[in-house]
Design a protein. Structure first.
Length: 220
């Protein structure tokens, strides 16, 4: 039986846009310049799905330097420059968003842990703004960021949907936990060949090996 949801709430990075390798590459380079050398894999494991600011204690402990506003501004500038040059949509994401828009009569939102400027320009770059309009929410503007449920609760409220009637699509353990804590149904996007077990253990009820799989799962 095809499930019915009143609203679909998408994470952004790693679900709609292939930004994580780009962002984490810039972060890894800047951490190395500050004295903390990490491999790409280590950097992804430590920081994916998290706001850099929220990891201040860890970064300061490993670099021996304060995480200043100047450092954060430089990070955002370098990150945004790379994203503007290289960003692409996740394969099948446009079809998935179109299907969710049709399934819910337009009641979809993007609920990201990233800063609003980044989320909005990424949505614009890959041509998804017509589907989301102003229904884009940033965890930076919430009392608590993921894995707290705040951004998903705010998204459900914006759409006037009960959290229990919302589907969340996430790609990280942090994000899955946020969706579960909000009381939503969570499906995990895990590219084929990657390990889905941590996201299932965090509470994801279904796994999408391709974003385009959402089209069939929701029905038309």
């Amino acid at each position: 039986m095809t499930p019915r949801f009143d609203a679909v709430l998408f994470d952004c990075d790693g679900v709609l846009v292939d930004s994580e390798p780009i962002t984490n590459g810039v972060l890894r380079d800047m951490l190395a310049e500050s004295g903390w050398s990490l491999t790409q894999e280590e950097c992804m494991r430590l920081f994916i799905g998290k706001a850099v600011r929220d990891e201040r204690v860890l970064i300061e402990a490993q670099t021996g330097r304060p995480l200043t506003e100047d450092w954060m501004r430089a990070f955002y500038e370098r990150r945004n420059q790379r994203l503007r040059a290289e960003l692409q949509a996740i394969d099948g994401a446009v079809d998935a968003v179109r299907a969710a828009h049709g399934h819910t009569g337009g009641r979809i939102a993007c609920a990201s842990g990233a800063d609003r400027h980044k989320v909005e320009f990424q949505i614009d770059m890959v041509g998804l703004r017509p589907y989301f309009g102003d229904r884009i929410l940033s965890g930076h503007e919430m009392p608590r960021s993921k894995p707290a449920p705040d951004v998903y609760l705010a998204a459900a409220a914006r759409l006037q949907a009960a959290p229990a009637a919302c589907l969340v699509v996430e790609d990280t353990v942090t994000g899955v936990r946020a969706g579960v804590a909000a009381g939503c149904t969570v499906w995990a996007y895990v590219p084929e060949g990657a390990d889905a077990r941590p996201l299932v253990e965090a509470g994801a009820l279904q796994v999408l090996g391709r974003m385009a799989d959402l089209v069939g799962r929701l029905g038309r």
